[in-house]
Design a protein around this ligand. Structure first.
Ligand code: NAD
Ligand code: WQD
Length: 341
């Protein structure tokens, strides 16, 4: 496998994965419609890798165009990041999410399974809902989705499993990401919320930068050691590297193959711990107040990643401190230029 199509490659996780693909000797080809990213992400990637990257600004579900790219670029594998991911928005505009995240994948899968091109798919810890037991491993039962976004990821996983089962030798892996955070240590790419962020890290870095008001901690009366919610925060560069390992595993499979892997750091950190780690690494105070619980938040979730450690031969190398330092470095570099794509 050499030439890898990366849908959503201009986005947060996609852009970091494109860099790691190049570091590992692959030739990435980005397809992204820039619905939630800017052309500057592609320029950031090019600065890091010090060469041009192939980039097609288009919808991934434009199948005739995608088919052409797969042929002309001699694509050997696909990493599919392109999707919408805002949990709150998905409750207000569910069809937008079912269309992009589910219908889009149906189109993509019919093409890839026909052409027998292996796929790495972006799934999410959201499929577990509020777990009964921690840490969660891949056998932990999934719970009814808390949001249309969560439902799309559950449906996507089901479709992948069924399509592989019905095929002769189609291969796919779903990676269940926990909470991806941080940025490339160069400060040239990172998470770029277009509009008001809702995820903890960009809310904190904007509060630190003085551009986003203060952070509201959503509840300090949970049944956790310090009362705030616990999550498994994984540095985006570690997460990006898991995709390379997934491609390697897929390339070794001769028959049809589908599996799911948790990708987290295996440790739970509370919201208050994240705040204190930001304060320690930046030397700044995070302006914050304690507020009400956010509806739909699970109390605590973190991953057992033994399966990815053993079968993908992958492990994390970075810490929460690294993630806070890198996210802050990136925040200081963010500009939202008037760009025409
Ligand atoms: P992102 O929004 O930064 O990146 C997604 C990219 O896909 C964007 O650049 C967007 O422009 C593009 N895109 C969306 N729909 C498209 C379409 N129809 N055609 C072409 N391009 C399209 O999101 P991210 O954080 O990098 O997430 C990537 C994937 O990982 C998503 O599938 C998301 O659901 C999943 N995921 C994200 C998180 C997280 O917290 N960031 C956690 C778990 C899973
Ligand atoms: C983290 C913690 C909040 C903002 C989401 C999706 C999930 C997955 C990852 C895609 C929680 C607290 C946050 C704020 C806060 N994405 N918080 N104040 O909700 O764990 O997961 O992203 O698949 O599906 O739901 O991430 O970053 O929003 O929140 O106190 O202003 O920070 O309560 O405990 P979440 P998050």
């Amino acid at each position: 496998m050499k030439n890898i199509l990366v849908t959503g490659g201009a986005g947060f996780i996609g852009s970091h994965t494109v860099v790691e693909l190049v570091n590992a000797g692959y030739e990435p080809v980005i397809v992204d419609n820039l619905s939630n990213s800017l052309p500057s992400a592609v320029r950031g990637i090019e600065k890091i890798i010090d060469k041009k990257v192939k980039f097609f600004k288009m919808d991934f579900e434009n199948i005739p165009a995608l088919k052409k790219i797969i042929k002309t670029e001699k694509i050997d594998g696909v990493i599919h990041f392109a999707a919408f991911k805002a949990v709150g928005e998905s409750t207000e505009q569910p069809l937008k999410y079912y269309r992009n995240n589910v219908s889009g994948l149906i189109e993509l899968l019919s093409l890839l399974s026909n052409e027998n091109i292996p796929l790495v798919f972006s799934s999410s810890c959201t499929v577990y809902g509020e777990p009964d037991k921690l840490p969660v491993d891949e056998n932990t039962p999934t719970k009814p989705a808390e949001s249309p976004y969560g439902a799309t990821k559950q449906m996507d996983e089901m479709m992948l499993s069924d399509v592989v089962k019905a095929s002769k030798n189609f291969r796919a892996i779903s990676l269940r990401y926990f909470n991806p955070v941080g940025a490339h240590p160069s400060g040239l790419i990172g998470e770029l919320p277009l509009g008001k962020p809702s995820n903890l890290f960009p809310v904190v870095t904007q509060a630190l930068a003085g551009t986003g008001g203060q952070l509201t901690v959503f509840g300090n009366d949970y049944d956790t050691p310090d009362g705030s919610c616990i999550r498994d925060y994984i540095h985006v560069v570690d997460l990006a590297k898991a995709h390379i390992k997934a491609l390697e595993l897929l390339s070794k499979q001769k028959d049809r193959y589908y599996d799911v892997f948790n990708v987290g750091n295996g440790k739970g950190n509370s919201v208050l711990e994240v705040i204190s780690t930001f304060e320690k690494t930046t030397g700044l105070k995070v302006p914050h107040k304690i507020g009400a619980r956010r509806p739909g938040d699970v109390v605590a979730i973190y991953a057992n990643c033994s399966k990815a450690n053993n079968e993908l031969n992958w492990k994390t190398e970075k810490t929460l401190e690294d993630a806070c330092r890198d996210a802050w470095k990136w925040q200081k570099n963010i500009t939202y230029p008037q760009e025409s794509s």
